[in-house]
Design a protein around this ligand. Structure first.
Ligand code: GDP
Length: 193
């Protein structure tokens, strides 16, 4: 897809703030620093449209990015939540549950993980969260440029095994540095748009 237009439309915390209309939405999640913003920015050919993800404790919002006036990427807030208060965690849970149970525009969830490492408990929790809401999931295994080429399969397998990836879900190795995986990611996303 050739992206000619990309803009943030709203940072929402509740349903009444979601954009009107029935454009399809793709939710994106990932731990802080995993490379989620770089993934979005690479896909839409921007340097810094997507903010680098928020630190735990900072206000957590669903950030809607309108792409080509055709669909929304929805950046869902970080889930490295061990350090925040119970109240913050509950707020996060409520906001996410509301979005994932009610939003009919939502077509696909993308989980960004680091291909170098075994997915963390937080990664597994997020994947399980998506599956609980019966979402189809695309896993982006990013930072591919940081591992030797001949280790790629082994690292992918580690991600698949640790997440217990559903056979109907898809994993794509990706690098925001080299652009590898970008076409594969777009081809995959296209079926939901
Ligand atoms: P976010 O917090 O998940 O949004 O992560 P960012 O996109 O801000 O990336 C965190 C750091 O990882 C930044 O220094 C990026 O430049 C770097 N990074 C992200 N993706 C890649 C990648 O594919 N390859 C390499 N080598 N570095 C990456």
């Amino acid at each position: 897809m050739k992206v000619t237009k990309a803009e943030i439309v709203i940072s929402a915390v509740s349903e009444k703030q979601y954009p009107d209309g029935n454009l399809p939405e793709i939710a994106l999640a990932g731990r802080s620093n995993v490379g989620k913003s770089s993934f979005i920015n690479k896909l839409i050919n921007r340097k810094s449209l997507a903010r680098t993800s928020s630190k735990p404790g900072k206000t957590q919002t669903l950030n809607f990015y309108l792409i080509n006036d055709a669909f929304h990427f929805v950046d869902v807030p970080g889930y490295g939540y061990a350090k925040v208060s119970k109240r913050e965690r509950e707020k996060w849970g409520k906001m996410m549950e509301e979005y994932f149970t009610k939003r009919t525009n939502l077509k696909l969830a993308v989980l960004v993980v680091d291909i170098r490492h075994k997915p963390t408990n937080d990664d597994v929790m997020m994947y399980d969260f998506f599956k609980y809401y019966e979402m189809k999931v695309l896993v982006i295994a990013t930072k591919l440029d940081k591992i030797p080429k001949n280790k790629k399969q082994q690292h992918l397998q580690q991600v698949i095994n640790t997440l217990e990836l559903d056979k109907n879900d898809t994993i794509i190795p990706f690098s925001a540095e080299t652009g590898e995986g970008k076409d594969a990611a777009w081809n995959f996303l296209q079926q939901y748009l």
